[in-house]
Design a protein around this ligand. Structure first.
Ligand code: EPZ
Length: 423
């Protein structure tokens, strides 16, 4: 298992090019199962989860051809589609479940393993009940046998009005793609409106789908017969960009962060403004300078979009540790997403957690230590903390980081971090 050896503190300066959005690419790749014609996807991030999704598509009979250093892929249907999505491919990645609906929509059957993925919710796990119950409303029937969901439908899935009881990114994406080829109209209310959901609807509409947002959280899908050949470029990753914005703020840095739409993190940027960070925003980039002293942010509450993103909560916690004065974070999406706290404490952080609320003392000078990543965004937070810490830190289990950040150590090295990967 690889580790990062990081010597701090460093001031990060220079240019960073953001990779394609992992969480947009994953559902779009799953949606390629709906096509008879080839699909070209560009600006794919070269991260582990994308490899896993492509291997999953291959195992389902898709032909995968790479171009441009694997950042561009052509996916086409072969004569032998398969319907079995194995545990070995789904156990590490929750987004693998998104093949279930498209397989049933296209071939009326699928045997799909329960998925794995980051452990973010303690004993509550990461259920897929919202996905399954909404798919049932479209006419899918299923049984669970030995960890696999055996699903089928009699003919095409049928359009329906469905109100999600809870807002879910994955369930909204899953239902949108499952309804695209259905009979009649589907209306999904209380849907997620995360940019990654809108990116999926943009992609499908480019391919001839008939999807409209008809209310703040209401998405209407009118089924079409088939989807046409499409060439689509994935948007830049807002969570990677937000991570680098925190890095600049944390280290009194000065970064030009390119290749993403800053509007997609406007809520988080407002919080960075409160710390004293200064920035200039352009269409597809941001120039950000960190403050000499990080001012206090009183309270962060994670929420669905346009609220503060749970995927930037661990990184902002690092910032709050170094800010002047006390602050707190309430985590509303994954109520126990605080696995990074114990590791930050090894570096000297003073944080206490009760239920879904963390209280952070502030004014901390981190001192390098051995620390361990527990999940994707936690690993990014630990890397940032180590860069701002005095002395050497060793961050283990960086495979979590590799699932979602493309070449993170190369990008950080280029802007002045002293970071080395060891095996
Ligand atoms: C997506 O996960 C992202 N993953 C996550 O990013 C992100 O943290 C999350 O959305 C929230 O923004 C991908 O896009 C691949 P949810 P998802 O369904 O779809 C509960 C990262 O670091 N729920 O919106 O799994 C669930 O437990 C990852 O890149 C149910 O109860 O999130 C959670 O409390 C981690 N039943 C809440 O809803 C269900 O069937 C929101 O989860 C589904 C979800």
């Amino acid at each position: 298992m690889d580790k990062f050896v990081i010597k701090g503190p460093s001031i990060l300066k220079g240019k960073v090019l953001i990779s394609g959005s992992k969480n947009s690419a994953l559902p779009i790749l799953a949606a390629t199962l709906l096509f008879d014609k080839p699909v070209i996807i560009q600006n794919l991030p070269r991260v582990k989860d994308i490899d896993t999704m492509l291997n999953l598509l291959k195992s389902l009979g898709s032909k995968i051809e790479f171009f441009n250093n694997k950042k561009k892929v052509r996916i086409s249907k072969t004569k032998n589609p398969k319907y079995f999505a194995s545990y070995s491919l789904l156990k590490t990645m929750r987004a693998g479940i998104l093949v279930l609906g498209p397989l049933v929509a296209k071939y009326q059957k699928s045997i799909t393993s329960f998925p794995g993925g980051c452990v973010l919710n303690g004993n509550s796990g990461r259920p897929i009940d919202l996905h399954l119950s909404a798919l049932q409303k479209l006419g899918m029937k299923y049984e669970i046998k030995k960890g696999y969901i055996h699903a089928k439908s009699k003919g095409k899935l049928r359009g329906k009005s469905i109100k999600f009881p809870t807002i879910s990114v994955g369930a909204t994406q899953h239902l949108i793609m499952s309804a695209v080829l259905s009979d009649k109209k589907t209306v999904l209310s209380n849907s997620s409106i995360e940019p990654e959901v809108k990116e999926l609807t943009n992609f499908l509409n480019c391919a001839g789908a008939n999807i409209k947002w008809i209310g703040k959280r209401t998405c209407q899908i009118i089924g079409v017969k088939s989807l046409k050949e499409t060439n689509y470029t994935i948007m830049g990753d807002r969570i990677e960009a937000g991570t680098f914005c925190v890095a600049a703020t944390l280290t009194k840095g000065n970064l030009l962060i390119k290749g993403f739409n800053p509007k997609t993190i406007s809520t988080e940027l407002n919080f960075l403004k409160k710390t004293g960070a200064r920035f200039k925003i352009f269409n597809n980039e941001i120039h950000i300078k960190g403050p000499q002293k990080i001012k206090k942010i009183n309270h962060i509450i994670t929420k669905e979009y346009h609220g503060f993103s749970t995927d930037l909560q661990p990184q902002f916690m690092v910032l709050l540790c170094k800010a002047i004065g006390k602050s707190s974070i309430t985590e509303n999406i994954f109520k126990s997403r605080f696995m990074h706290v114990m590791e930050l404490q090894r570096l000297g952080a003073k944080i206490s957690v009760k239920n879904n609320k963390a209280k952070i003392e502030g004014n901390t000078s981190f001192i390098g230590a051995e620390i361990m990543s527990s999940d994707l965004r936690a690993s990014a937070a630990l890397v940032l903390a180590a860069i701002s810490a005095k002395g050497t830190s060793i961050v283990s289990r960086v495979y979590h980081c590799d699932r979602g950040y493309e070449n993170i150590e190369k990008k950080l090295k280029k802007i002045g971090a002293k970071i080395k990967r060891i095996s």
